[in-house]
Ligand binder design. Structure first.
Ligand SMILES: [Zn+2]
Ligand SMILES: [Zn+2]
Length: 140
């Protein structure tokens, strides 16, 4: 009885080896295919130029209401009074804040050349790290 079990066991082991052996002769797992997943990651970390400026909230010089100018080329129309301004008048109006186009947080903004330009030149979002930089000319 014991001999019979050992013979059976040996037989199973032998069968297992015969099946596994051909697979072990291959090249093994493909390491290139496994690491390729990492390279697919992309991050949206920022934009440059006036056309890509984040949405701005300006103060109406007539009634002091907030005016949201979503795009840098949009007209600036006060939602409360009849005041209307073209996008070229942006530097004449008081900028209250810029809104992050990614997560809609209020951005930290500032100027790099306050003596030569009277407009916002950079903005950073503290929420998602999105950064906008004016960089080129106003007409860009
Ligand atoms: Zn107004
Ligand atoms: Zn953000």
């Amino acid at each position: 009885m014991t001999d019979a079990l050992q013979t059976l066991f040996r037989g199973v082991k032998g069968a297992g080896k015969r099946i596994i052996a051909p697979l072990q002769r291959g090249d093994g797992p493909n390491k290139f295919r496994l690491s390729a997943v990492d390279t697919a990651t992309t991050t949206h970390d920022g934009d440059n130029g006036w056309a890509k400026r984040p949405p701005a909230t300006l103060e109406c010089p007539r009634c002091e209401a907030d005016i949201l100018q979503h795009n840098a080329r949009d007209n600036i129309d006060c939602p409360r009074c009849v005041a209307e301004f073209s996008h070229e008048e942006f530097p004449d109006l008081e900028l209250k804040s810029l809104t992050c186009p990614v997560c809609r947080s209020e951005m930290t903004h500032g100027q790099r050349h306050p003596e030569s330009l009277d407009i916002v030149e950079w903005a950073t979002c503290d929420g998602c790290r999105y950064h906008w930089e004016f960089k080129h000319s106003y007409s860009d």
